[in-house]
Design a binder for this molecule. Structure first.
Ligand code: SF4
Length: 427
């Protein structure tokens, strides 16, 4: 029996693509190996978004050297590092047999059957038909790939290429298949998800169409929208469609307009905060998540403080926070005013502490009500409790009153907050 070992790093799109790759491998008779030691084929699905991710993957490549020396194993590197550093990988890691670009990820089985000279990068990303992983109640549904925005710090447009949208027919047919497999929550994925465009259909139209075709799927989420493409039409669809989760992840990156301009984000602090206010006014129960970057070249202490004040004004229950890291090949690398590592770390720590306080304050006010919860598992800390999450992506450990299976929904009273998790009881 042929065995594969798949390592996945980075974003949700990579995870979704690894799920699809596993479905292809299993369809061809391969079975998952429990470790790299017993694999005939090892695939590393890489990430280039930060230097630390690449460093970790270089380390993982080294770990295949002794295995390669002792027996036959085919080692494949795919994902963003394959596009960004393909030549380097071939030179510095001769243990790698194939470097497969992002657009060819789903063709890995064809490629490993040939010699590496036969391989050439496809010029267009092709979506596959299934991104579902056995046993999952939540599933990603990629709807578009690539990005046209060229934020000055980001490598994605260089490695994933320009935006390509998937046809509504293919998306709907996949959603129906997910429903039949018992999936109860889907997340529509794209690097710039709300710039989806397919033969005249825009993202709000697609979202409406999806909501008509959900079957037993209860919640629809989407990741990650760009604030500049967040239209009033989209706000109306979110407000009117019950199935669209009332929790939005809207990256801000910086709360200072000068830094946003240097980042080439194409909105100002005022425009971003106005968008948040318009959404709050139209959908009072909404909650927000955010991406924030500190220590961008030239960011002054006052400009960093602007980010903190914007965070307070918007109010997020969830935040993905990081400091700027140079990515070779992006414009920000050449920018003046590079900030020391120490300063960047200090700002990030301040931001994290600040956000933890903010989130705890917002979340503690949201107790006492009854909410629908997707049951995920038995709690690891207490066998008498179940673990679930609500529409706002918040975890709750709750005492069940009836027998509940993972994948079902329960009405839960949210009693109080314990760290970042609510404690509740089924009603
Ligand atoms: S919108 Fe900006 S940050 Fe997001 S993928 Fe595109 S270039 Fe990168």
């Amino acid at each position: 029996m042929k065995k594969y070992y798949l390592e996945t790093y980075g974003c949700q799109m990579n995870s979704a693509e690894s799920n699809a790759l596993e479905a292809i491998l299993q369809g061809a008779g391969w079975v998952a190996a429990s470790s790299q030691q017993e694999a005939d084929l090892a695939i590393i699905n890489t990430c280039s978004v930060r230097q630390s991710a690449e460093n970790r993957i270089w380390g993982r490549l080294g770990s295949y050297n002794p295995i390669k020396k002792s027996r036959k194993i085919t080692l494949v590197v795919t994902g963003c590092m394959a596009d960004r550093l393909g030549e380097d990988i071939r030179k510095k890691a001769p243990q790698v047999d194939f470097v497969v670009p992002v657009n060819d990820k789903m063709r890995i089985l064809d490629i490993v059957g040939k010699s590496s000279e036969d391989m050439c990068a496809s010029d267009r990303y092709e979506f596959t038909t299934s991104y579902w992983k056995e046993g999952e109640f939540s599933s990603y549904v990629p709807i578009m790939n690539g990005c046209n925005n060229f934020c000055s710090y980001c490598i994605v447009p260089y490695v994933r290429g320009r935006e390509v949208s998937r046809s509504p027919e293919q998306i709907i047919s996949e959603i129906k298949a997910l429903d039949e497999k018992g999936v109860r929550e889907i997340t529509l994925l794209g690097q710039n998800v709300n710039s989806y465009s397919y033969e005249g259909m825009d993202f709000p139209d697609l979202l409406t169409l999806i909501c008509r075709n959900l079957g037993n799927i209860k919640w629809v989420r989407f990741e990650s929208p760009h604030p500049k493409d967040f239209s009033d039409k989209l706000i109306e669809v979110i407000a009117n469609e019950k199935a669209v989760a009332k929790h939005l992840h809207i990256p801000m990156q910086s709360g200072n307009s000068r830094i946003l301009q240097l980042m080439n984000r194409r909105y100002t602090r005022e425009k971003y905060l106005d968008l948040i206010e318009r959404i709050k006014t139209r959908i009072p129960e909404i909650t927000f998540a955010v991406d924030v970057m500190v220590g961008f070249p030239g960011e002054t202490e006052e400009e960093f403080e602007d980010t903190l004040s914007a965070m307070t004004q918007a109010g997020y229950i969830e935040a993905y926070m990081y400091y700027w890291n140079p990515r070779e090949g992006t414009r920000a690398v050449e920018m003046p005013g590079q900030i020391s590592e120490k300063e960047k770390q200090e700002r990030l720590q301040k931001l994290i502490d600040f956000q933890l306080d903010n989130a705890a304050r917002i979340k503690s006010k949201r107790t006492g009500n009854i909410q629908d919860v997707l049951v995920l598992s038995v709690s690891r800390d207490n066998a008498n409790q179940m673990l679930g999450k609500n529409e706002h992506n918040e975890m709750v450990a709750f005492t069940p009153k009836t027998e509940l299976k993972p994948g079902s929904f329960a009405e839960v009273k949210f009693l109080y907050l314990n760290g970042n998790t609510y404690v509740g009881e089924q009603v």
